[in-house]
Structures are given as C-alpha cells and as structure tokens.
Design a protein around this ligand. Structure first.
Ligand code: ADP
Length: 259
C-alpha cells in the first residue's frame, strides 16, 4: 500500500509537470503566432509603398522624354514613397529592438520640461493650422531617459493630435508633477476614439479608419512605438477620449529625490 501512495504521488507530480509543459507550449505558440502576424503585417505594409514606387517608375518610363515636368512629378512621388518606407523601417527596427533583451536607449539625466518646450516649438512650426497651447506647471521635471526617444514620444502624440483631427482643432501639451512622476498630457478637441477602439490603437498597425488614416501618411506604428518607449523608461501611457476631448497621458518616473 506504501508503494501505491508513491505511485499516486508520482502520477500527480507527473500530471503537474505535463500541465506546466502544456501551458508553456500554449504560451510559446501564442508568442509565435503574434510574431508571425507581425511579420505578415510588416511585409504587407512595406509592399504598399513599394508597389507605388514601381507604378511611378513605370509612369516615369512611359512619360515622353520631352515632358520633363511630368517626369519630375513621378520622381517626386517616388521620393515620397521611399521616404514613407524608410520611416516605416525606422519604426519596425526600433520596435524589434525594444522587444529584445536590451532596450536600445541611451539614458542620461534630462529635464522633461526642456524636451517638451522643444517639441512644442517644432509642433508650432510644422502645424500652424492648429491653435496650440503649452501649459507648464513645474519649472523642471528631472528624470533619467533618452532625450531623443522622449522627444519622439511627444512628437508622435502631438502629430496624431494634428493629423487625426480637422484643421483648426486646438491641441494642448500640459506638463505637471505627481508624487514621484513627471506627467505629460497631450490633448486635442478632435472627434475622439470610440471606447472599443481605445485599447486597440496601441496595437501594431492598427488604424481606426484605414482609408482615412492611410492617406495621412502614418505608419500605424506611432502609438505602439510610444507605448514601448514609455514602458522601456519605466513609465506608462493611458488614454481618455470622448468626442471633442481626447487626452493621452504619459507618466515617467522622476529622478530619485524629487517630489
Ligand atoms: P498612425 O500612423 O495611423 O497615426 P498610430 O499608431 O499613431 O498610427 O495611431 C493609431 C490610430 O489611432 C490612428 O490611425 C487613428 O485612427 C487613431 N488615433 C491616434 N491618435 C488619435 C487622436 N488624437 N484622435 C483620434 N484618433 C487618433
């Protein structure tokens, strides 16, 4: 009978082991499935500008040599599409690196207020068709981060606030401090993002309205890049949206010793 108990114990230990193996196989195949989907989506997205470039190259070839203006136009479109491809590849490469073991960040002591002021200047210069307000409560928000990447986070969110809203829609960048956190809010008065889309917009390649947003030249990766970069900095990004009021909130840990 003692032997019987041993067999039972062995059996249950064995079952626990099998369960673990099964679970890790399921998790692994889900991860593989996500990776396969990502590669498929990336290929599809890269094919779109590539197909355009091919088309314009044909048009260029067919355009009579004595129509330089026509040829110049086709060349311009080729350059544009090549530029789109290269932005897409930059984002893809960054996401792939952020997925890897070591985040590709060059952290140093920075002041989020300085970075935000520079981002605000850039936004105003590039998007004069949107009334813009910069609201800064604290005089400085010291933290450790990669200044280029933090700028990219703010740029992506500001660009979205302009690109996915009508011209004339107000955009606000607000900076404040919470205990232990530097907080940046990017707000716009645009149409908003419906509740069922709010979780999905951070997914890679997800666009709420494909036809409308594809024309805007975005990659569909902007918010995934924001999410990955903010997370890699130990922070978090959240979204609140209703028609006429959309706010993306980025929280980043303040340097130790700061309130
Ligand atoms: P995209 O390159 O299309 O901007 P993102 O990942 O930055 O890709 O955004 C994903 C989608 O979320 C956009 O295509 C758009 O539909 C929606 N979106 C993002 N920001 C806003 C905003 N401020 N207002 C309304 N919709 C937005």
């Amino acid at each position: 009978e003692g032997g019987g108990i041993e067999v039972e114990e062995l059996r249950s230990a064995f079952n626990v082991m099998i369960d673990h193996i099964e679970q890790s196989l399921v998790a692994r195949s889900a991860a593989e499935q996500r990776l396969r989907q990502f590669v498929a989506d990336a290929s599809h997205e890269l094919r779109t500008p590539l197909t355009s470039i091919r088309g314009y190259a044909d048009l260029f070839a067919y355009a009579a040599a004595n129509e330089p203006a026509e040829r110049e136009r086709h060349l311009g479109r080729m350059r544009e599409e090549a530029g789109r491809m290269s932005l897409l590849l930059d984002d893809l490469l960054l996401l792939a690196r952020l997925d890897g073991a070591e985040a590709p960040l060059r952290p140093e002591p920075v002041d989020l207020v300085e970075i935000a002021v520079a981002a605000a200047d850039g936004f105003q210069a590039a998007r004069s068709d949107h009334p813009f307000t910069l609201e800064v409560e604290p005089s400085s928000l010291p933290l450790v981060g990669d200044p280029m990447r933090l700028r990219q986070v703010l740029d992506n969110l500001l660009t979205n606030a302009a690109v996915h809203t009508d011209p004339g829609t107000p955009v606000t960048l607000r900076l404040r401090a919470e205990p232990g956190w530097a907080v940046a809010e990017i707000a716009d008065g645009g149409p908003g993002i419906s509740p069922e889309n709010q979780a999905k917009v951070f997914d890679r390649f997800y666009r709420v309205d494909d036809s409308r947003t594809r024309g805007s030249g975005g990659t569909g990766l902007g918010l995934s890049v924001v999410h990955s970069l903010v997370t890699a900095h130990g922070g978090a990004v959240s979204l609140q949206s209703q028609p006429g009021a959309t706010v993306f909130t980025v929280r980043l840990p303040l340097s130790a010793g700061q309130v």
